[in-house]
Design a protein around this ligand. Structure first.
Ligand code: MLT
Length: 425
């Protein structure tokens, strides 16, 4: 049986080195033994954006990009989206198993009893510009929430982590709702946890004031529940990497979540669904698709919502979202841009140029159409992504703090600047 190792020869010295292979990886630190002389620092691995580097061991989410597989704790995303609720998914990501009835009841009770924002936080919100980007507003509120929970800084205490994970998950939808109401210029509403996790959130979003008793369509509640589930985790994506990186310094969970929100706000990450809507609006009609795709081929336009760093076949979440879109449009009326989206997808899936480049619709392609049909403006879409991703960030953060292999994240660099300059004065 061949040994699980690389045997490398340093051509500079003729020396051979054994690099053990575990779980398909070599330890980057083992490269440091490869030296030209005892004073040599040793070889490092250079991997900008960590395109081929594992940062941790995790048991939370499994992705097979070639086969289009996404599993949370071993359950397929399609199974979970169809059969489970978002609050069950929160429990699953955090605890590794689906909750039984008693556990789920206790969990939703824990969230409901914490589903209230500190009054002072709404004062803070009043001082933030109404037309500020909603992700800047959400980031501000989450970080400020940490100031109301000073005991959250004891992150090595599992009970403290558990309490503040509950508070953040209970309050994220309320922060998102308050940010939406602030953006609309509407009065803030009292939380009604008795409406359920998603029902309470959508009442925050749709009710004009306390007297507005119009019930939110159960179809929209279920659709939002599915969308939050689809966004709940995605292994070591950019914002989760930020959560783990900031959390590795033992920063508190509100600050780490604020950092994750900051990462997610980028147009290359969570902001992608906002860019999809702008692209579809720019195309305007199916008649304009051929000329737009010509610009894409000529690299004069970007095809947003297609392709993915990890998925080389298709994003399994996109299929589920396309199905959810049709259910939502039956309630809200068809989004006029849906026709453009469906035709753009048909062409992209049939043309060699896009197939050769693995440009398949991803999770962002249809989610923006649904959110817009629900009445959200594009700048707010990523806030919805953040509400969904919060249990993923927090389960990864908790896993990182439990992992004895982890310590403060501190990469190396290749120095390209000056050396030893004297300041002649
Ligand atoms: C996500 O769900 O976080 C996005 O698909 C981005 C990623 O996984 O890199």
């Amino acid at each position: 049986m061949p040994e699980n190792k690389l045997v490398v020869t340093d051509a500079r010295t003729g020396k051979q080195y054994d690099l053990p292979i575990t779980d398909g990886t070599i330890k980057a630190m083992d490269l440091r033994a490869i030296q030209t002389d005892p004073e040599d620092f040793g070889v490092l691995a250079h991997d900008p954006a960590f395109t081929n580097t594992t940062s941790c061991r995790s048991a939370i989410t499994f992705i097979d990009g070639d086969k289009g597989i996404l599993e949370y704790r071993g359950y397929s995303i399609s199974d979970l989206a169809e059969k489970a609720s978002f609050t069950e998914i929160q429990w699953l990501l955090l605890n590794g198993e689906m909750p039984d009835r008693a556990q789920h009841d206790r969990w939703t009770g824990d969230l409901a009893s914490r589903a209230k924002l500190p009054a002072g936080l709404l004062e803070t919100l009043r001082g933030v510009p109404r037309d500020g980007h909603p992700m800047s507003v959400l980031m501000t509120l989450v970080a400020a929430l940490g100031a109301y929970n000073p005991e959250c800084r004891n992150v090595r205490d599992a009970a403290v982590r558990g309490e503040h994970i509950r508070r953040i998950l209970a309050q994220m939808p309320l922060l998102a709702g308050a940010a939406w109401r602030h953006r609309q210029g509407w009065p803030q509403l009292a939380s009604k946890p008795e409406l359920g996790y998603v029902g309470n959130f959508l009442r925050q979003v749709f009710a004009k004031d306390e007297s507005d008793a119009k019930a939110v369509s159960p179809v929209l509640v279920r659709a939002m529940d599915v969308l939050l589930t689809l966004h709940a985790d995605h292994e070591q994506n950019c914002s989760t990497n930020a959560m783990r990186g900031v959390g590795s310094s033992e920063a508190d969970p509100y600050s780490s979540t604020g950092a994750a929100i900051a990462a997610l706000s980028g147009p290359l990450h969570g902001g992608a669904n906002e860019e999809v809507l702008r692209m579809l609006a720019e195309i305007g009609s199916t008649a304009n698709i051929p000329s737009f795709l010509e610009k894409v081929r000529a690299k004069k336009a970007k095809l947003m919502g297609f392709g993915h760093r990890v998925y080389k076949s298709y994003d399994p979440r996109a299929k589920i979202i396309a199905r959810t879109a049709k259910e939502v449009f039956e309630v809200t009326g068809k989004n006029p841009l849906l026709e453009v989206a469906v035709e753009l997808e048909r062409i992209a899936l049939s043309e060699p140029y896009f197939i050769e480049r693995n440009l398949y619709p991803n999770v962002d392609f249809y989610s923006g159409l649904i959110y817009q049909s629900m009445g959200f403006d594009p700048a707010y879409f990523t806030v919805l992504f953040a509400v969904g991703r919060a249990p993923g960030w927090l389960s990864q953060w908790d896993e990182m703090l439990r992992d004895s292999e982890q310590k403060i994240a501190r990469p190396r660099q290749i120095y390209t600047g000056h050396r030893g300059r004297k300041l002649a004065r």
